[in-house]
Design a protein around this ligand. Sequence first.
Ligand SMILES: [Fe+2]
Length: 289
Amino acid sequence: MLEPSPFDLNDTLAYDAWKAKKLQALATKVADFVVSIEDLGAISQSEQRALKQVLSRHNWVIYKTAADVSLDKAVLRRFGAQVGLSHLDHNLQSEDDGVTALKVVEGDRYIPYTQRPIQWHSDGYYNTSEHTIFGMVLHCATPAAGGGENAVVDHEQLYIYLRDLNPDFIRALSMPRAMTIPANVVDGKEIRPEQSGPVFSNSPRGHLHMRYTARKRNIEWAQDETTQAAVAALEAFLDSDHPAIVRKTLASGEGLLCRNVLHNRSAIEDDPSVPRLLYRLRYFDEITI
Ligand SMILES: [Fe+2]
């Protein structure tokens, strides 16, 4: 028999018990998410326990190490490996080692490389289901001169909000064709095929996975009334001042480790003499601690 899952719409007992715990654990201050790490390349058992405790409650954690603007990227890969993350997504922008250096590039059209704000999303929402991003690290080497604040939210809190509004919203957003990203065609050549998939799904380890972007262009939502209403409710949550939405500007040496929770980023004011530099690592694995 399958383990009871709080994400089973037919199992309200499992859901109610899980929800009570989640709401009790709701944290609203950045300090509740911060864990200090002495050496990212070799975390201690007590540091690992502290990371695990925050992750098990919120699905994301901010780690804090000594500021190091010339950090060796291999240290970040070792850090990932210690929490179960080793299979990196080598996307178009990442360098050969799978670690993407995010900085402002003059004239770049790809938003993460510009000073423009980035809307709510989970990473790799346009990936195929075989290339689902379950884990993510975003490490700050050098913060921007101004701006660059992230808002982060545990998608399980969003799930509770939507399910309590109307369980049919969850049903609609779990359909395989809930959200479609049309094919990427440049000069008549298909660079990436159309990608359809659910917003909510269960990960192999039984966690809730969320695939989402607030972008309006190049996104096709299922046209039925329930999906449309569910997306409107989801947007209203993200636009609200719900206490689960926490804002943080990463300082040098700080980073976000998460189960690919939803996040956004405010506009950046970059100073070319001290350019902003963040590293992003996207993983096909799930965090196992
Ligand atoms: Fe992102």
